[in-house]
Ligand binder design. Sequence first.
Ligand SMILES: Nc1ncnc2c1ncn2[C@@H]1O[C@H](COP(=O)(O)OP(=O)(O)O)[C@@H](O)[C@H]1O
Ligand SMILES: [Mg+2]
Length: 336
Amino acid sequence: MAEDLVLDIKNLVVHYETEDADVHAVNGIDISIGKKRTLGLVGETGAGKTTTALSILNLVPNPPGVIKEGEIFLEGKDVLKMSSADLEKMRGNDVAMIFQDPMTALNPVMTVGDQIGESIAIHQNLSKKEAFEKAKEMLKMVGIAESRAYDYPHQFSGGMKQRVVIAIALACSPQLLIADEPTTALDVTIQAQVLELMKMLIQEQEMSMLLITHDLGVVAEVCEDVAVMYAGRIVEKGTADDVFNHMRHPYTEGLFDSLPNLKQRGEELVPIKGLMPDPSDLPPGCAFAPRCPYATEECSKAVPQLMPVDGSETHFVACSAYNHPEFRLRGNKDGK
Ligand SMILES: Nc1ncnc2c1ncn2[C@@H]1O[C@H](COP(=O)(O)OP(=O)(O)O)[C@@H](O)[C@H]1O
Ligand SMILES: [Mg+2]
């Protein structure tokens, strides 16, 4: 089974060791992505999502970031044990990353055609002219007229810039695309178009994707698998059906209740009360317990581990209350 995994993260622990604090950003997570699968990693700001993404490319800024433990297998090879030459080769070739702000990825003084072409030329051994022609094709693929290859980034709108970034990321046909809040900075209508485009290209090119977002609605649009992250831990994961239709974690329920577009019209929106704990001062036990409407005394004693839900092979939850015979989530469609 493991051969089918493009990405397999095992027990990843990442801290930021600053002068004032030891920030426990990622606290022993396990996630994996199969070939041609799309995993949504969802959680509030500060949950540790970007740190997880940077770890996959071995790009956690050090100092202050330190990968304390874990293994990250990309197509079977542990990224954390790769030489810097192999890492260089892997970035862009096997894995490409898209960030929230397209301007961080674009060079303001270079035409977009040259930028896409440069990425193609590096990875595909083509002449400059051939690469530029290919760049025009890539532009067309992301829905931008070929003639715009001669324009500079500032001549494009935010949504169009992000399309250019997608073209650059896909130019070298990576196995895995990591997209960290790729549409968060865009208008809602543009967001939907860019997501739709990404979904189509991923399918066409038979890639896998890790889509990072704080928005469960975005995950619902695009992802086959879902992992919910809270205070540096995965609290629930499974297929989209497992997590959306048979959720078991109170935090997942909270995310749903606070989401306008996934709720039936007329149902009351309930934001989750309180704040995520400071990752430099995590409470003992379940980090969600202080905000959890279902929490019992037991919840603050030990950190709950991810366990299969009803013997499932795909659906896992980390919640001690879940094992309680009387525990029932309000929102669950199957009444559990
Ligand atoms: N360079 C850094 N130095 C210190 N703390 C950091 C640094 N980068 C991130 N953090 C902290 O690590 C935690 C996780 O951050 P991050 O991975 O960016 O979460 P997310 O992407 O889910 O919002 C947060 O508490 C954040 O403040
Ligand atoms: Mg982030």
